[in-house]
Ligand binder design. Sequence first.
Ligand SMILES: Nc1ncnc2c1ncn2[C@@H]1O[C@H](COP(=O)(O)OP(=O)(O)OP(=O)(O)O)[C@@H](O)[C@H]1O
Ligand SMILES: [Mg+2]
Length: 386
Amino acid sequence: MRETELMREYEEETGNLAVIDGEITTKYENWKNMKIKEKIKEKRKQELLSSKQTRKKIKEEFDQGKKVDKDYDHLIVVENIHKTYLLGTTAIAALRGINLTIDKGEFTLIMGPSGSGKTTLLNLIGGLDTPTRGKIFLEGKNIATLKDSELADIRRDKIGFVFQFYNLLPQMTALENVMVPLHFSGKLSKRGKEKRAMDLLSIVGLEERAHHTPSELSGGEQQRVAVARAFANDPAICVLDEPTGDLDSKTGIQILNLLRDLNKRGATFIAVSHDAAVSEFATRTLHMRDGKLIREGKIVGLKETYIMEIQRKNEAEINKEKCKRKIYQYLFNNQGKKEFKITDIANSIPEPILKNLPIHFDDILREIIEDDTIKGQIKEDILILK
Ligand SMILES: Nc1ncnc2c1ncn2[C@@H]1O[C@H](COP(=O)(O)OP(=O)(O)OP(=O)(O)O)[C@@H](O)[C@H]1O
Ligand SMILES: [Mg+2]
């Protein structure tokens, strides 16, 4: 077993880093010795398995779709996938029969209202989760039925991720952050990794900032580091969930320009965004609603139709009522308390509701106080109950 694989296993199992400041930690060394002994034992046990059992195992592996099981013309083929989440006894059908193909070199954008299933679809394509039903072929291999460990390999080797909030490791520099996926793939020497990471940082225009930690970088710069990191292992596809969601529009456009440049150089992207500006940078825009793809087309500068506007506003009004109920529920659950941070109350509201409200959350709180449903007052970011 390769050292880097062991390091990855250690980091996943213990949550500690195997290498700090370029030095292998003693904790990791001890863990490794123990692990190697365990693995030798395990190997001996395995060797005792009869050939009959081995044959059975191979057949099972084949049935689970471990082999390349489809000739592929497309990079990704999504066949009739469904995803249902179970919340207690309630089933939420987040995806309801999605069919989709993605080719190399495309920049696919998925748009749609909050809760329509965009992130769910992206997570399935990125191998972060598996569908309840249906198949997802990545380079001809069905990833819908893989085990967690196998999906982890696919994510490491084939997929780059960029999220709304960058998700960089705060204690590491930009360079070290970009090197993280390179440690896991274990293909390069230490010098090779540094060179590759530096090349990636220069592509995203951040060579000069290589030795800065995330807190010393702006939001846009952090997102550029995240893009560089996503490309570290030369992924087949890079998935991006609201990549400009946390940035002001000017910085967002800088990121989109960077993505367009990378796309022109052959990178394949699938992105989710609420921001219609993104569609100008994508080669293709898909629209989702209620867990289904409703239409596809390259819509530049998408304009909301009258019907769409009415639907959005209706949803927002319904969300406002849901939001009020959640606020009462939160205060009820915290009876006896007199002061609440408004952000804490907001955090108790599900994101899909919070994201599509007709007025600001604080104003909903004010309305409740004004109509006397709750007796209290708001001082800066605190709600004080009477
Ligand atoms: N882990 C989960 N458990 C239960 N329900 C979930 C889970 N994740 C998502 N859902 C539900 O599935 C539906 C689709 O959610 P998803 O996050 O995919 O929407 P989205 O289109 O990305 O929305 P947004 O634009 O707000 O990010 C929603 O009704 C959501 O509440
Ligand atoms: Mg989402």
